[in-house]
Design a protein around this ligand. Sequence first.
Ligand SMILES: C[S@@+](CC[C@H](N)C(=O)[O-])C[C@H]1O[C@@H](n2cnc3c(N)ncnc32)[C@H](O)[C@@H]1O
Ligand code: SF4
Length: 375
Amino acid sequence: MLTSPTIGLYIHFPWCTRKCPYCDFNSHAVSGQIPETAYIQQLLQDLDQDLVLLDDNPTVTSIFLGGGTPSLFQPAAINTLLISIQQRLKLDPRVEITLEANPGTTDYAKFSGYVQAGVNRLSMGVQSFNDIQLKALGRIHSAAEASRAFAAARAAGFENINIDLMHGLPGQTFSAAMQDLEQGLNLEPEHLSWYQLTIEPNTGFYRYPPTLPDDDALWSIYSEGLVRLKARGFERYEISAFAKDARLSAHNLNYWRFGNYLGIGAGAHGKLSSDGQLLRTTKTRVPADYLKAPNRRSSPIADASLQLEFLMNSLRLTAGFDWATYEANTGLDRAGLNRFVTQGQAKGLLNLTSEGLQPTTRGLQFLNDLLLMVD
Ligand SMILES: C[S@@+](CC[C@H](N)C(=O)[O-])C[C@H]1O[C@@H](n2cnc3c(N)ncnc32)[C@H](O)[C@@H]1O
Ligand code: SF4
């Protein structure tokens, strides 16, 4: 039976001050007041409905308050939510509790309130330190405001901070991308997520495509960026994730290892084991509908897709995975991957390690090609 002694908890907050033109997350520009109390109540009802599904009574090792913009919520609401979660679930004494913050929505008092509520990791969406670029990205903050927000978060007691930066931005030159990265590094965060901008369907940028750097420029930005991150002590542990002093994101690592997680909130996804089966869960997506009823849809993950889903996640990690994790999280035998391993090795995309499988540098870069080799 596929049971799991530990689990992550994702909580989605679907509102933002304004919708950014590159973003395809389930996030909606807020009009008027956010119904904070009603939303927190629905989150708890949603959680209660999921808890009856669980086979076991797992320990929660990470909670991620993501969005949207959770930092639009007042600390008192986050406090109520976290207390109510503790009344329902066993939390690991070292549980990682991350909150995503948009620098245009925060100040010292708010950060301090989040710390007091038990949030111990902050993930700040900065994207760029260039004011013209920030405008083009539809951001509600300037570069100086982002730096000030970072300092306020530190002063309020956050000892574990991630910064989200994007590169390959509209009209971005190599030196502008490097300046962004250097400014991010100068703030000395513990973690940096460095994403290449992708143009997603159903976004403003998809409808009105901006001019992006060409492939040569993108390659120069990417390869030099990796060198600089490494030189500043950041270990790349996933395609876009870099950590200093082993401050990896426990919550995201659990996704990448294909671990189980509860997903509550508008449009949230979860993966859990119920009646000995792995289930995917999704919740009502539109916030106004969710506020009426946080309905859950669930479907078993077919055996045929388990292998691919596991590899899609685990091969994003520079360390790859070990066979014990593969067997524990899929319930499958490693022998089923023999052909994939042989082919991947032959193409120089995979390395067999003493305990498992690891993508080569080329394999990380051409992950989609590698995954096409899965039966
Ligand atoms: C859900 S957002 C979280 C933070 C918060 N809402 C904010 O934007 O400040 C997560 C991160 O995904 C990244 N992201 C969003 N859309 C992207 C895209 N189209 N391409 C690359 N990265 C993207 C951004 O760096 C963003 O900070
Ligand atoms: S990038 Fe962040 S702030 Fe912008 S719309 Fe998406 S979730 Fe909201």
